[in-house]
Design a protein around this ligand. Structure first.
Ligand code: ZN
Length: 261
């Protein structure tokens, strides 16, 4: 099994939107990650980065109010389909698309993988349609509102550690808090070892190491429980943690076409 790490441009934002109450108004540029896992039984995407429309007209697609605090920079070549093509993967080769959650910088590629089963939490999809006011601008209905797709909706703790191929190599871990249906992906890589992709459950290693909340947070108490669960995975099983938007930690990783086995 191989893990490929990609970056769909950057978002220019403010530090306090990443770490709640810390770095008020400070400029902060973060990477927009997405991941491909090549398993003998399928090609799995974890998140899809920004929509292609963001490269063409970001104000129209995300809205001027979002751009003010969350300004994406990407071009057509950064789009998930283009970057997969660069390593010889066609959109029809993708068998599974698993979303950490449906925020605008994660669900932008929804619908562009015709043979894929799409995985999200039922609570996440429901919330994306009717978010609270403080999360309303972070969900773009044009991205995720595609009911004709082959959606597989997971039900929280009941489906915790959902085993994608039944061999324990790729498991979906329920880690709510940042949004109602945030989830992480646990990989058993042979050489690199157990690795957890947290999505935005943990934005940065600062959040993992210190008692600080992500700047955008649906449920603080759920977030704290999820972070404790992730800390336990790191401590007890030596799991490597790849956080959602950490510009400092990010430079440690080799991007595709390099991969980890
Ligand atoms: Zn998010």
């Amino acid at each position: 099994m191989k893990l490929y790490i990609f970056q769909c441009g950057i978002i220019k934002t403010k530090k306090h939107l990443i770490t709640m109450g810390r770095g008020l108004g400070e400029e902060f540029d973060v990477p927009v990650p997405f991941f491909l896992i090549r398993h003998p039984k399928g090609n799995v995407l974890f998140d899809t980065g920004n929509a292609l429309a963001v490269a063409h007209d970001k104000i129209k697609h995300w809205g001027a109010n979002v751009i003010e605090t969350c300004n994406p920079f990407m071009n057509e070549n950064d789009y998930v389909v283009a970057q997969l093509a660069d390593i010889g993967i066609k959109s029809t080769d993708i068998t599974h698309v698993i979303f950490s959650h449906l925020h605008l910088d994660h669900a932008g590629g929804t619908g562009d993988f015709p043979n894929a089963a799409y995985y999200t939490q039922r609570a996440e999809l429901q919330y994306a349609y009717v978010p609270d006011f403080f999360q309303a601008s972070t969900y773009i209905r044009a991205d995720f509102d595609k009911p004709h797709l082959n959606w597989n909706l997971l039900d929280g703790y009941r489906d915790n550690y959902h085993d994608v191929f039944g061999d324990g190599k790729i498991q979906i871990v329920f880690t709510p808090g940042h949004t109602p249906g945030s989830q992480s992906l646990l990989l058993k890589l042979e050489k690199w070892g157990p690795t957890l992709l947290t999505g935005d459950c943990v934005y940065t290693e600062e959040i993992l190491d210190e008692d600080i909340l992500p700047g955008i947070c649906y449920s603080p108490s759920d977030t704290i429980q999820s972070i404790k669960k992730i800390r336990a995975l790191r401590r007890d099983r030596g799991t490597r943690i790849i956080t959602g938007h950490d510009p400092i930690a990010w430079i440690k990783f080799k991007l595709a076409p390099a991969c980890y086995e």
